[in-house]
Design a protein around this ligand. Structure first.
Ligand SMILES: Cc1cc2nc3c(=O)[nH]c(=O)nc-3n(C[C@H](O)[C@H](O)[C@H](O)COP(=O)(O)O)c2cc1C
Length: 355
């Protein structure tokens, strides 16, 4: 009922609020005997944390992860893995002005509609900070995938209306947006600075490519691989659209353009984005997530207080100008969680058939 747990065989629960003492994740279903250290998780958390660039929030979220359970002598035991990240550099006072006011575009209004109570400090569970727990759990999933030769990487395809025109993945590591088009990356940086100066925020598009995904993953009909990937990514704050392969553009193609011819050597194209009928085809998975602009803008906005009285609101505090690039490791983590879950589910079927 509560929606804080995801997965069937690889089950992840995240817990904690932005301004509580800590947040974390519990992973149930991780196979035993895999080497796992806090450092494996820390690397991914470093990629998500704020304060790495001027246009990202200047908050200094320490993001030190501790493994509390599920490991013995450096290896997973098959029992629940519990991860904790303490909340440091919390300035709850920054949110005092928001205690009785609803921020446009954020979860303030809807959380009260649902629960009749809300932790206004930092957005509570609706905070981008909750994604630290997802990234921590995703790092464990990523380790499992790496053993299987499956690689998940996210790139910035667009930011504030600037779109990458070239797709040379090797170029992506050269800039902080992980954008494969270096010229677009420079324009993205300029767009971010301009928006920040204007007290505004920007949205963008993340593309996630999965290499080495084995054919057969996905559980039709309700847990099709594309359906589970879309759900996982839409569960991240600011994600408002998910595409697989050409996505919405497929609606404007003819069948003969959209179909991927099958040759004895394999598929001649990948318009399917690596998924047919909800099952991985063995080609690369191509997934995109559209992210809206950050709701907390430093410009005056019309809103109401908890009593419905009109308020002119200008939000202070330390906010990101865009979720890009911080959301890249979050998207990767969500895709890793889905893939591991389906990998284990597929192994259960195959193991049964051959056993
Ligand atoms: C990594 C990350 C960082 C975020 N940082 C902020 C922030 O600094 N300020 C803010 O208002 N929203 C931030 N958000 C966005 C809100 O969490 C999100 O917009 C809010 O929960 C409303 O949900 P919705 O956008 O899905 O409708 C962030 C989201 C993510 C994923």
């Amino acid at each position: 009922m509560s929606g804080n747990t995801t997965g069937v065989l690889f089950r992840v629960t995240t817990w904690g609020e932005s301004h509580g003492p800590a947040l974390g994740a519990v992973i149930d279903g991780c196979p035993p005997l895999m080497e796992l250290a806090a450092a494996d998780i820390q690397t991914e958390l470093e990629r998500r944390k704020p304060g790495q660039a001027k246009a990202s929030s200047p908050r200094k979220e320490g993001d030190r992860v501790e493994i509390l359970a599920g490991i013995f002598e450096g290896k997973t035991t098959g029992t629940p893995i519990s991860l904790i990240i303490w909340n440091r550099d919390v300035r709850s006072g920054d949110y005092d002005a928001l205690r009785n006011v609803f921020r446009p575009g954020h979860g303030d209004y809807t959380y009260v509609q649902k629960y009749s109570i809300r932790d206004h400090r930092g957005g509570g569970r609706a905070s981008g900070r909750e994604t630290a727990a997802r990234v921590a759990a995703g790092a464990v999933a990523r380790k499992i995938l790496a053993r299987e030769g499956i690689m998940v990487r996210a790139y910035t395809l667009a930011l504030g209306g600037v779109r990458a025109e070239t797709g040379i993945i090797a170029e992506a590591r050269q800039n902080r947006f992980n954008c494969p088009d270096p010229v677009a990356a420079v324009k993205m940086e300029a767009a971010l600075k301009k928006a920040q100066k204007a007290g505004d925020t920007l949205g963008g598009i993340v593309e996630i490519i999965v290499q080495g995904c084995p054919a057969g993953l996905g559980a039709p009909v309700f847990d099709k691989l594309d359906a589970d990937l879309a759900k996982a990514l839409m569960g991240v704050g600011t994600v408002k659209g998910v595409e697989i392969g050409p996505g919405f553009a497929a609606a404007g193609m003819t069948g003969s353009q959209c179909n991927d011819p099958l040759l004895p050597s394999g598929f001649a194209a990948n318009h399917a984005g690596g998924i047919l009928a909800g099952i991985a085809s063995g080609q690369d998975l191509v997934i995109r997530a559209a992210c809206k602009p950050i709701p907390s803008v430093a410009r005056e906005q019309d809103t109401v207080d908890v009593n419905g009285k009109p308020v002119k609101l200008t939000i202070g505090g330390r906010h990101d100008v865009s979720v890009i690039p911080r959301i890249l490791p979050v998207c990767e983590a969500m895709v890793c969680l889905v893939l591991v879950d389906h990998l284990l589910r597929q192994r259960a079927i195959v193991g049964f058939l051959s056993g």
